[in-house]
Design a protein around this ligand. Sequence first.
Ligand code: PMP
Length: 433
Amino acid sequence: SSDSASFWARADKYVLNTGVPSLPVIITSAKGTRLYSNNNAQILDFTSGQMSSLLGHSHPEIVAVVQQYVAGLDHLLSNMITHPVVNLAERLSHHLPAPLQKSFFLNTGSESTEAAIKMAKLYTGKFEIVAFSASYHGLTQGAGSATYPTGRKNGGPTMPGQLAFPAPYAYRSPFRTADGSYDWETEMDYGWSMIDRQSVGSLAAFIAEPILSTGGILEPPEGYLVRLSAECKKRGMLLIMDEAQTGVGRTGKMFAFEHSGIVPDILTLSKTLGCGLPLASVSTTVEIERGCKEAGFLWLTTHLNDPLTAAVGDKVLEIVERDNMCQKAKERGEQLRSGLLKLQEKYWCIGDVRGRGLLQGIEFISDAQTKAPGPDLGQAVSDRALHCGLSCNVVNLPGMGGVFRLAPPVTVSAEEIEEGLRILDEAFAHVLS
Ligand code: PMP
């Protein structure tokens, strides 16, 4: 319509394009798992916005909290601590293993990465930071130095001391053996030998997502994180876990690190904790807090410990525990996964299905025999799915087929999962016809 034409003309003229291509839809409202467009089309949101709207869009209890705090206690000087901040910090500590007792709150994932890295540097007195070669920790300068899928090109030097570690990519690892198993232990030995050679003797921390999401839904195999944690300890490094996407129930446990049995030294949460509002957290031990303080730690950003978003985070955690959302994520995740495995039997271009709970991915191949990566097919299916009413997301890394990411809200119904799978089926059939 001419309304749409003028919308896109104005968008083009006034909204600075940051390199993100716009999808051809104009969403005018969102509720639960559904987005509604200006021409009354409904779209199922299988990405929870930008992986954030954990309880669906505009959950009534979140709306009520926002209304209450916007109207009565929105934002203060950063050194005025409020009830919602203490409540959220206390509630988080009840869910975390005992040593991770203390938390503070910021706005974004990038910001929480910056804070965690700074704390690791202060505590250890060292400066080298190791990250997986496919991990995503944000796009500010420090976090962006530890981010590999996007945003590195032409940005000048990264932070001194940023070192890359081979990401555990079972599907295509050169350490896959002839019988199809994955020799991750040898790969890890190799990774550490490269780190130990490159290091100038100042290893401060390893930062990792428990499941690498933007890097293509890569879940380290069983035992991997336990060994990683032990290798960090051996070298006097802290282990920082970034649970921006995996935290707060999405993978079927409150935190994804719980699947592995390790306890990180520092935990960051963001996207899911704020359920679509800008909230992030950094949690650590009393001992690390003390060490940072002695080394002169200062973190004072404008929205440090804001009451409004802290109240939202506290409500999100309350709902996740009260409504048994971890169990729901597990059940709906298994349903989604079994549907994706059926699609894999039907369509040759699905090379791999992987993920946990309601964070699932499918990797596209362009050749059923050689299993060569199929990045274009992934994009084509995603475009078609959006056209048919399903929003999903594709990530493309060099040497990897396009990877579809599916991360519906944990409030998604069994019927909505079936509907999404039906749309995906249609999209595959269309693209391959
Ligand atoms: N860490 C992880 C694991 C992420 O997925 C993201 C966002 N994709 C970030 C950090 C950065 O968060 P933000 O975009 O809120 O700065």
